[in-house]
Design a protein around this ligand. Structure first.
Ligand code: F6P
Length: 328
């Protein structure tokens, strides 16, 4: 059967995430299987504007599943947001003869893809961000690895905090969302977890849990702060003021974006890369691949962008129960 889709492009955009390489590999390998040529576009949408691209073969992507980062580089493109930049990107698609684009990234990437779709370019998005803040999908590539990395770092911190009987305040990434902080806090048995989705009564939600822990004999404490809440240094100062505890702040930062992807990220990224190419090959466009209840599906990008993702309320209740804040 003659395939109308002959050549497609793949790019990564926004903050990188472990597992993006596995998704790129899956896109290329699925293209090979279908007899489609795959072009790697470097540096996100900037690469589309500048024609910074070349062909990715089956062997070029060999061994990529275990690699962190993205072999295609990533960027947040200011120029792409302008009409002129967008037009240059469309012209590159025409020049290279691209029948479609697979874009791996977060909300900003999907907005860019949708803008391309409105100009006649077929596009499919794959959710790739450690923040897990894509509303239509319960899972985003990189989130699992970032959680594991943060937990590994915090376990190490707990050792030294224990030796010195200190209170550790750890800031984790997540942009405006608290998914990463909540999961990490639950994993580490944190004394308190602050996330932007929930208003904080400092005395009730931070100081009292520390006092309760102290009364049960604990001498070191772990407070997890999502970056979207604000300054973790202010949180630490307030704890010190209220409890006289020796506090230390650790901002985990970009270390959470690096490292070899977990098996969960590798497998999901591979499946999502495969699904994205299948969608394009079947004539679909302006869709984002997602995962719900362990099933892979796809959503209209505009619809996906209009959805709001709340925090996992069950997990939040469990976390509060663990720190003695649950209502009986
Ligand atoms: O979206 C991923 C993310 O790592 C966020 O958690 C964080 O707020 C942001 O990107 C950091 O961006 P940059 O790499 O530009 O500092």
């Amino acid at each position: 059967m003659e395939n109308a889709v002959r050549r497609i492009g793949v790019l990564t955009s926004g903050g990188d995430a472990p597992g993006m390489n596995a998704a790129i590999r899956a896109v290329v390998r699925t293209c090979t299987y279908l007899g489609i040529e795959c072009v790697g576009i470097r540096r996100g949408f900037n690469g589309l504007i500048n024609g910074d691209a070349d062909v990715l073969t089956y062997s070029r992507v060999s061994g990529l599943t275990r690699m962190g980062g993205t072999m295609l580089y990533s960027a947040r493109s200011e120029e792409f947001r302008t009409d002129a930049g967008m037009q240059k990107a469309v012209n590159t698609c025409k020049l290279l003869g691209l029948d479609g684009i697979v874009g791996i990234g977060g909300d900003g990437t999907f907005r860019g893809l949708h803008d391309l779709a409105e100009r006649g370019i077929a596009v499919i998005g794959i959710p790739g961000t450690i923040d897990n803040d894509i509303a239509c999908s319960s899972y985003t590539i990189g989130y699992d690895t970032a959680c594991n990395t943060a937990v590994e770092c915090i376990d190490k911190l707990q050792d030294t905090m224990q030796s010195h009987e200190r209170c550790s305040v750890v800031e984790v990434m997540g942009h405006r969302a608290g998914h990463l902080a909540l999961y990490v806090g639950l994993s580490c048995g944190a004394t308190a977890v602050l996330i932007p989705e929930k208003p904080v009564d400092f005395e009730e939600d931070v100081i009292e849990p520390i006092r309760r822990a102290r009364l049960t004999g604990r001498t070191h404490y772990m407070v997890i702060v999502a970056e979207g809440v604000g300054s973790s240094y202010e949180v630490a100062a307030k704890i010190k003021e209220a409890t006289a505890l020796d506090t230390r702040v650790t901002v985990l930062g970009h270390i959470q974006r690096g490292g070899a992807p977990s098996s969960r990220d590798r497998v999901n990224a591979t499946h999502m890369g495969y699904s994205a190419v299948m969608l394009l090959a079947n004539g679909k466009t302006d869709r984002v691949v997602c995962q719900q209840n362990s099933q892979y599906m796809d959503f209209d990008i505009r619809e996906a962008l209009s959805m709001k993702k709340g925090i996992d309320e069950d997990k939040y209740t469990v976390m509060r129960t663990m720190i003695g804040q649950g209502t009986v």
